[in-house]
Write a protein of this length. Structure first.
Length: 217
């Protein structure tokens, strides 16, 4: 009888362990980034965050400007620390739809493409003024010239510019960049050496968690 009782207990424990491993993990809270609401369910490492342009991307230089009205932001959450810490993201897309873009840059007639040239890093800080700090930015802008050829200009964080900063807003679930300085990384003489970037992205949602809106805490 004792042998049967021990065997039955062992079987029950093993069954419970298997069910526990197979069951859903408890949803974490208290992270810098959450979904659904401020203080809601944590954004998890590996989650995909995305959002459309909600305020025109405008790149202004001494010889004209580029304006784009539609496009998309995509990033993968890398870390999500507790409130008071930081969250980090690998930004894979800061894309503008070329058909929505216009250029007044001297010597150019149209915009061919606006894409990231390799991933950038986003660091989210919370507090009274939550901010998305973007470093390692290399935005590749291809323009069609009056000579009938394409001109490629890369702008971003290089030299005296180490990052661009976007203000985060939980009401609109957005990031807004206002007159952020960028420098030319590479390009021909038609590419001005410096400029400023303004624009907005949102609402930013977590597509891994059913497209719920993201919040910063």
């Amino acid at each position: 009888m004792r042998k049967r009782t021990l065997a039955a207990s062992a079987a029950t424990a093993a069954c419970g362990l298997v069910l526990g491993l197979a069951g859903p993990a408890a949803a974490g809270t208290g992270g810098v980034l959450t979904v659904g609401s401020a203080g809601g369910t944590n954004v998890n490492p590996g989650d995909t965050l995305t959002g459309p342009i909600n305020s025109n991307f405008v790149f202004t230089t001494s010889s004209g400007k580029i304006t784009c009205t539609s496009g998309k932001f995509t990033a993968t959450d890398s870390t999500n620390g507790p409130v008071g810490g930081t969250a980090t993201e690998s930004i894979s897309q800061l894309h503008a739809d070329a058909a929505s873009c216009t250029t007044t840059i001297s010597g150019t007639t149209s915009v061919v493409s606006v894409e990231l040239n390799g991933p950038a890093t986003g660091t989210v800080t919370d507090g009274a003024n939550p901010t998305l700090h973007v470093s390692g930015l290399d935005e590749k802008v291809t323009l069609h010239s009056i000579l009938g050829t394409n001109v490629v200009c890369d702008y971003g964080t290089t030299g005296s510019v180490t990052e661009i900063d976007g203000a985060l807003n939980n009401t609109t679930n957005s990031a807004t960049f206002t007159t952020q300085a960028v420098n030319r990384i590479s390009g021909s003489g038609l590419c001005p050496t410096t400029g400023t970037f303004s624009g907005g992205i949102g609402p930013i949602t977590d597509t891994t968690q059913a497209g719920q809106k993201t919040f910063v805490n």
